[in-house]
Design a protein around this ligand. Structure first.
Ligand SMILES: *[C@@H]1O[C@H](CO)[C@@H](O)[C@H](O)[C@H]1NC(C)=O
Ligand SMILES: *[C@@H]1O[C@H](CO)[C@@H](O)[C@H](O)[C@H]1NC(C)=O
Ligand SMILES: *[C@@H]1O[C@H](CO)[C@@H](O)[C@H](O)[C@H]1NC(C)=O
Ligand SMILES: *[C@@H]1O[C@H](CO)[C@@H](O)[C@H](O)[C@H]1NC(C)=O
Length: 509
């Protein structure tokens, strides 16, 4: 229960930060000083702030059962912001519209789970009174969404059997309450889960590829992590498992069996000393269906906002809560543009003997010392070069989170494979592409470009790869597969995308 104490203290801290930000913001809004972006100023951006807030003020307080508000997150620490009142736009254009029109809504609390104590603390009341004077809305109202079930469900998905929510997180989370890190892996990558959680402190949805005899060690790994690892694993991680119809395991225990069985924690982790070439997927020469995993994890995330990422990429601490705070604050001009939007993160790698930096200031020192470099600089710099990256690296760290620059996937960034916070309204990943064939995020990037997405690059948030800098290695098998994939994209997928989404000048795969 020391966790709880830490979380409570974090809360007090966050709250004071939030309040400071509010005061600052109040001053900013009234002086009219805007951030570092230099896009055209929409004329009406400040208006809905007042209109929406007036309209929603009453319903906000009237329709929310006190208990449900205070209860669920505070006890679990899912890295979210509680109330406070402010609204924000979100990734989809539809939602931006919904925002300005919403008034008597906020009634998706019928299914309120938990809400145990009903103890509305003074801190919450304080926060509400501060924000009441600001005149805006709650996070719940700022993010219109429907809660998702975490009940296990087995279904066929194309050529794959999927055990959705096979082992669900124990914490109940409302869809507006947090951000889910969604990812894919096989069990040998799950050593990354704890360092990831330690920084993320919010829900994780992971799809595990487990064909044939890789299935049992996968289940063992889930048990090992939940029973012997950090309590955050069982609290915050939902495991989905999938395998091809041609590579069914011998037996598949039920979810409840996996949840109820124990594990001997003196045994080494199941991923220790695995010889990759002896794994089922290697012996059968199976390609890794990276995008099937990505889509499963994203579609079954319990929250509206998601960060689809690769499990070796560790986010800067407090990212989920700071992001939601920005959404709730609603003071970022680019949020009001009608374009659909996503929030890309800058990505770095650090040398094998380095610690992963915990904040931008630390990161900047490491960049200067050359112990950190931009991600894949030595492998595929065009894929991960972020617009205004030089300016980003030079800009000093500030409080909270803001939009640093609004970029597009055109010009020098036409092959960009951004990793971003978005929603399930964004295009999915093409499940015909494999990890081995590379370019697995390119067709999604192309679609985002054609749909005229804005890429709202965040200023103080970033991802860092597990320590160790990747260098280019020649791999004839992979080169052959890359060639096949490129042909598939060019001859089959691109013509489809052109029919379905049309074209736009400057967009390419
Ligand atoms: C709220 O919590 C405080 C301290 O935890 C406790 O003393 C108080 O009785 C609680 N109030 C209600 C209404 O539960
Ligand atoms: C747990 O594993 C260790 C090491 O293999 C073994 O010595 C011990 O007897 C096991 N404990 C139980 C309860 O099975
Ligand atoms: C892993 O293998 C090495 C050498 O084969 C051995 O020394 C080590 O004890 C093994 N570790 C575990 C955790 O089994
Ligand atoms: C960044 O992290 C370092 C090391 O943990 C710490 O000393 C420093 O105060 C932090 N800076 C900011 C701005 O939070």
């Amino acid at each position: 229960m020391t966790m709880l104490g830490i979380i409570r203290r974090n809360w007090a801290l966050r709250l004071s930060v939030v309040m400071n930000v509010f005061v600052l913001l109040y001053v900013c809004v009234h002086i009219g000083s805007l951030g570092p972006w230099i896009e055209e100023a929409p004329t009406s951006w400040a208006q809905p702030l007042v209109e929406v807030s007036k309209a929603t003020e009453l319903s906000a307080t009237a329709s929310l059962p006190e208990g449900s508000k205070a209860g669920s997150t505070r006890e679990t620490g899912i890295g979210s912001i509680q109330d406070g009142k402010s609204a924000a736009s979100s990734a989809a254009t539809k939602e931006t519209a919904a925002l300005t029109m919403r008034d008597k809504t906020g009634k998706d609390n019928e299914e309120v789970q938990g809400g145990k104590s009903g103890n509305a603390t003074t801190t919450q009341k304080q926060q509400e009174s501060v924000s009441t004077t600001m005149g805006s809305m709650t996070l719940e109202e700022a993010i219109p969404c429907n809660d998702r079930s975490t009940t296990p469900k087995t279904a066929l998905r194309g050529d794959y059997w999927v055990l959705y929510n096979y082992v669900p997180m124990s914490t109940k989370v409302r869809c507006w309450e947090s951000v889910t890190y969604t990812t894919h892996a096989d069990y040998t990558f799950l050593d990354n889960l704890e360092p990831l959680l330690e920084r993320w402190q919010a829900p994780v949805s992971v799809a595990l590829y487990a064909p044939g005899t890789d299935f049992q060690p996968t289940v063992d790994t889930i048990k090992y992590l939940r029973i012997c690892g950090s309590p955050l694993v069982s609290q915050l991680v939902t495991f989905h498992v999938f395998f091809s119809t041609k590579h069914i395991p011998k037996t598949v225990p039920s979810s409840s069996k996996v949840l109820s069985e124990g594990w001997n924690c003196t045994l080494p982790p199941p991923w220790a000393n695995v010889t990759v070439s002896k794994m089922y997927k290697s012996e059968k020469k199976l390609l890794y269906p990276v995008n099937v995993g990505r889509n499963i994890a994203r579609e079954w995330a319990p929250t509206h906002y998601v960060l689809p990422s690769d499990i070796e990429l560790y986010p800067s601490p407090d990212l989920a809560s700071r992001f939601l705070e920005m959404i709730r604050r609603r003071d970022q001009q680019p949020l009001y543009k009608p374009n659909p939007k996503v929030f890309p993160l800058s990505i770095f790698e650090v040398s094998a003997d380095s610690q992963v930096p915990r904040n931008k200031t630390q990161l900047q020192k490491m960049l200067k010392a050359k112990t950190a470099i931009p991600f894949h600089k030595k492998v595929c710099s065009g894929c991960h070069n972020v617009p205004r990256s030089k300016e980003w690296q030079e800009a000093p760290e500030t409080e909270g989170l803001h939009v640093f620059h609004v970029g597009k996937r055109t010009g020098a960034f036409v092959h960009w494979e951004p990793i971003f916070i978005g929603t399930n309204n964004d295009p999915l990943y093409d499940e015909r592409l494999s990890w081995e064939g590379k370019s697995d995020k390119m067709t999604q990037g192309y679609t985002l470009c054609v749909l005229d997405y804005d890429f709202l690059i965040l200023d103080n948030a970033f991802l860092v790869h597990k320590p160790g800098i990747k260098t280019f290695k020649k791999d004839p098998v992979r080169d052959m597969l890359t060639g096949k994939t490129n042909a598939l994209i060019k001859k089959i997928i691109m013509p489809e995308l052109k029919v379905i989404y049309g074209t736009r000048k400057g967009c390419a795969v």
